[in-house]
Design a protein around this ligand. Structure first.
Ligand code: FES
Length: 928
């Protein structure tokens, strides 16, 4: 294609530049593609996410909304311009110290917005900071540490005691528990971190998938040759016939049902049909209606109830009744439990599709290397990607190499394949590097979602509040393909009661195929949906039995020695009661304050506002359900004395790069700051499993501990030293000191392995679980995380809006390996839980962008008080358990509890958007 360009001159980061670009080209693209300044990120290209925020003549602008021509003659500052003389600015240091960057994809935009603020207003208030940052979305942090960092950099922060001290590395043996700044944090605050779209080779071809505009349709492809002739820059058009191996992938061996490219029929809006490969301008410029596809629309099957109705069309021919799978758990006798009860409660709750909305859209590139294919891609699960790509390509697993880039957020959505099979097929076939970056609407339409759920549940308790029975049935809309539907259907019955001792339980679930987008993994695997139901039931029972809601939960809290619904007796860590006790004083105070607020003689304005405080608990099994769940970690010391952690975990922002080093360092007895690392490269690391199910700290952390201990043992044996010896490295000299005795190992005198390491340790951990029987009885998880959260919310009864004013979160994490990162996970989980509760609803075809699909902004997330309970888990590394998913689960039910406390109205649909709240208030006669 002929592209009209002109020379445009402007100043970037103090240096004059001139580029040849289309005048209308977006500045963000020009910075990245023409000037190589990939620190400026592109999250939506529509001015919604703010990831591309730069300064134009000192003022923050979205780089995607400014044309190259508008920049002519002006000054542009990007994240690369913040550091001076190789030194981080005070603002960057504050971000690094406070853990304000998790995945880091929003960090450049946040920094530029903050820079604009501080240049205009060197000592801003918190509300001024919130205003200034309001245009940049972050999906990981919950914003609190970003605000802390900005105020700290301005010298206006309340110290708060939660920031990391980057000036001193923790001493030997004290890395675990230290607020160590992220080992990859400097790269994130300077823009040097490379995500999926940041290091694409210049000569790479680009691939764009053409996707179904219909929920369900038959199609026929016409003659593609005229399109090839019309566009010389179009190198290849891939159809399903180009898939060299299996055109069916999926997580489970029995669930490989999703085509890479559809064959004759599409089953959801956004399904890929063909893929265009060529130069970037060409594949972007070709309109979808130029592709010769003849569509025959079919009536879609939307919603689980429709799919389960008698006579419903089958979404997949092989799936009878549209049922993907069923889950079941029975303990005791539910009817006996009801007969013994003094109080009963029941209800039905519904939730929606929820989009992961990570700020980094799916991206990566592939190249063929001899008879191997190599993919550089954003992912949560390099080894599963390797296996799935091998399947699709018809290759052996060792012919596929996955090199994970930095991952700009995942939350479960990057556990499934996205760009991987398409770029692999194209690169293999063409013998050239091929890249693909999803647009935001494509990312939202094509990828997995949180399962919408319809949950019917009832529960009963004795007069003293002790639970006697619990019953739940959940229908999950699993969309067109299996993805992680079986995991959700299996996990929810286990967790359905919540973290309480209940003698009689019956929980069932069905994952149902529809013509919705595939529902997959999303922070909690269905447990957050179930928690909305069980926590509401317990509030209802507490009210009926006249027991305070917190005390009701304390009466029933499952404890060490109690049996779960699966009959598993909790052997070790079970800190829910401690979490509730930690909240008790605040609970009483906040409830009193809310009731006093509501009782104040109302003015016409304040009469509309009602405050309430809710509480909710959660538990979460760390790791896969009743499955082998191993992780292997390795540590090497090179002949030059470099210590490397070969870490197969994908760090998706949760901080595993740092946490694994903290654990390994203490196990080995070498300071953490001596460690380098390799992340997730399937040629260089061992399989550590996926970064999901809150398993990496617990499972891979234990493997890292074992690897450190293994290497330490080998060193001590080499030096004939005892357990108490200390280790130190000075260049190639490894010194082992035991009392007055000092031995020196010259690593240069030792042979090196293929990694160049003279010494090497390895550790593997597979948490002990047992399969569940036909009644769901067994040991599905080796350990569980526990938490209780409180939310104070204010409901505007006229508008139906709900503002969460503050939250308190008490979490039993076993051991906080890095408290700053644990707090960050809790903040981020709460922000996502708030979105689930109040605003997030993905509607295929209607909310496929970040202006129609709303996620919490910095102004939506309240002050959050975090209390860490450390009920050590002996199986975990230094006692640690997981925190990723537990952080989100109790938030929505706590907010729903607050709405009820404020208004007396119980919400039964998430999200509780203003129109739903208003409708419920009207129905209850609370508003007019
Ligand atoms: Fe903000 Fe990940 S750290 S989006």
């Amino acid at each position: 294609m002929t592209v009209m360009t002109q020379t445009i001159a402007f100043t970037v980061n103090g240096k004059p530049v001139s580029v040849h670009a289309q005048p209308a080209a977006r500045l963000a693209h020009v910075l990245r593609d023409e000037l190589g300044l990939t620190g400026t990120k592109i999250g939506c290209d529509a001015g919604d996410c703010g990831a591309c925020t730069v300064l134009l003549d000192g003022k923050q602008v979205c780089g995607c909304l400014v044309s190259a021509a508008q920049a002519a003659g002006r000054t542009v500052t990007t994240v690369e311009g913040l550091a001076a003389d190789g030194k981080l600015s005070a603002l960057q240091r504050a971000f690094h110290r406070h853990g304000a960057a998790q995945c880091g994809i929003c960090t450049p935009g946040m920094l530029m917005a903050a820079r604009d603020l501080l240049d205009r207003n060197p000592r801003p208030s918190e509300s001024e900071a919130l205003d200034a940052l309001g245009g940049v979305l972050c999906r990981c942090t919950g914003y609190r540490k970003i605000v802390e960092a900005v105020l700290d950099a301005a010298g206006t922060a309340d110290a708060g005691g939660s920031s990391a001290d980057s000036s001193t590395a923790p001493a030997v043996g004290s890395a675990v528990g230290a607020r160590l700044p992220k080992v990859d944090g400097v790269a994130k605050v300077t823009g040097a971190e490379r995500y999926g779209a940041d290091a694409i080779p210049e000569d790479a071809l680009h691939l764009r998938a053409v996707r179904s505009p219909h929920h369900r349709a038959k199609f026929a492809l016409g003659d593609l040759l005229p399109l090839r002739a019309k566009y010389p820059g179009l190198v290849e058009i891939l159809t399903w016939r180009d898939v060299p191996g299996s055109n069916a992938f999926g997580i489970y061996p029995t669930g490989k049902d999703q085509p890479v490219l559809a064959v004759d029929e599409v089953r959801y809006r956004g399904e890929a049909v063909v893929a265009l490969v060529g130069d970037k301008h060409t594949v972007t410029a070709i309109r979808d209606d130029e592709i010769p596809i003849a569509w025959t629309r079919l009536e879609p099957v939307m919603g689980a109830a429709t799919a389960l109705a008698a006579g419903a069309p089958r979404v997949q021919a092989a799936k009878q009744g549209n049922v993907l799978t069923r889950g079941r758990l029975v303990k005791g006798n539910i009817e006996n439990g009801y007969r013994a009860a003094a109080f009963k409660a029941e209800g039905e709750w519904q939730t929606s599709f929820v989009e992961h909305a990570y700020i980094e859209p799916e991206a990566g590139w592939a190249r063929r290397v001899g008879n191997r294919i190599e993919l550089h891609v954003t992912t949560q699960t390099p080894y599963m990607d390797r296996d799935e790509v091998a399947l699709v390509m018809g290759l052996e697993k060792d012919q596929v190499r996955i090199v994970p880039t930095a991952c700009g957020g995942g939350f479960g959505g990057k556990l499934d394949l996205s760009v991987q099979p398409l770029i692999a097929i194209a690169a293999w076939k063409l013998g050239r590097s091929v890249a693909c970056t999803y647009t935001r609407p494509e990312s939202m339409a094509a990828t997995t979602k949180r399962h919408p759920a319809t949950i019917r549940a009832r529960a009963a308790c004795a007069a003293d509040g002790k639970l006697t029975a619990f019953e739940m049935h959940a229908d999950f809309d699993t969309g067109a393909y299996a993805s992680w539907g079986p995991t959700v259907a299996d996990r929810v019955p286990v967790h359905g009661t919540g973290p309480y001792a209940v003698p009689n339980v019956k929980n069932t679930s069905i994952a149902v195929h529809t013509n919705g987008p595939p529902s997959g993994a999303f922070r909690g695997f269905g447990v957050p949906q179930a928690a909305i139901a069980h926590e509401a039931l317990y509030d209802m029972l507490a009210e009926k039995s006249g027991i305070d809601p917190l005390e009701f939960r304390l009466i029933n809290a499952i404890r060490k020695g109690d049996a779960t619904a699966t009959g598993q007796v909790l052997q070790h860590s079970a800190g829910l009661a401690q979490c509730l006790i930690a909240l008790r004083a605040r609970w009483a105070l906040w409830r009193r304050e809310a009731e006093a607020f509501n009782a104040k003689s109302p003015t016409p304005m304040s009469a509309m506002l009602k405050r309430g405080v809710g509480i909710a608990c959660m538990w979460y099994g760390c790791g896969n359900t009743s499955m082998s769940n191993p992780s292997t970690m390795r540590i090497g010391i090179s002949r030059e004395g470099k210590v490397t952690l070969y870490n197969g975990c994908a760090d998706i922002g949760q901080g595993s790069n740092t946490i694994m080093i903290q654990i390994a360092a203490d196990a080995l007895g070498i300071p953490a700051d001596r460690f380098d690392y390799v992340m997730g490269d399937t040629d260089r690391t061992a399989d550590a499993g996926k970064s999901s199910a809150s398993r990496q700290t617990f499972v891979s952390g234990r493997a890292a501990q074992f690897a450190g201990e293994d290497l330490r043992r080998k060193i001590l044996r080499l030096a004939n030293a005892g357990d108490g010896a200390t280790l130190a490295l000075a260049g190639s000299k490894l010194m082992i000191r035991e009392g007055e005795t000092r031995r020196i190992v010259d690593l240069l005198e030792m042979p090196a392995d293929k990694n160049g390491d003279a010494l090497f340790g390895e550790g593997t951990f597979d948490p002990p679980t047992q399969p569940l029987d036909g009644n769901g009885q067994g040991v599905p998880y080796a350990t569980y995380a526990f938490a209780a959260q409180m939310a104070e919310a204010e409901v505007d009864t006229e508008l139906g809006t709900v503002k969460v004013r503050r939250m308190a979160a008490a979490h039993d994490v076993g051991r906080a390996v890095n408290p700053t990162q644990v707090e960050g996970q809790i903040h981020g989980g709460i922000a996502q839980g708030l979105g689930l509760a109040l605003m997030e609803e993905y509607l295929p075809g209607r909310t496929e962008n970040l202006h129609d699909y709303l996620i919490p902004t910095v102004g939506d997330v309240p002050v959050i008080e975090v209390m860490l309970v450390e009920d050590a888990e002996p199986l975990g590394p230094y006692g640690a358990k997981g925190i990723g998913e537990p952080a989100l689960i109790p938030t929505a039910p706590a907010i729903f509890g607050a709405i009820h406390h404020a208004t007396g109205v119980r919400m039964h649909f998430a999200p509780a958007t203003p129109h739903r709240v208003r409708e419920a208030l009207l129905k209850a006669g609370v508003a007019r």
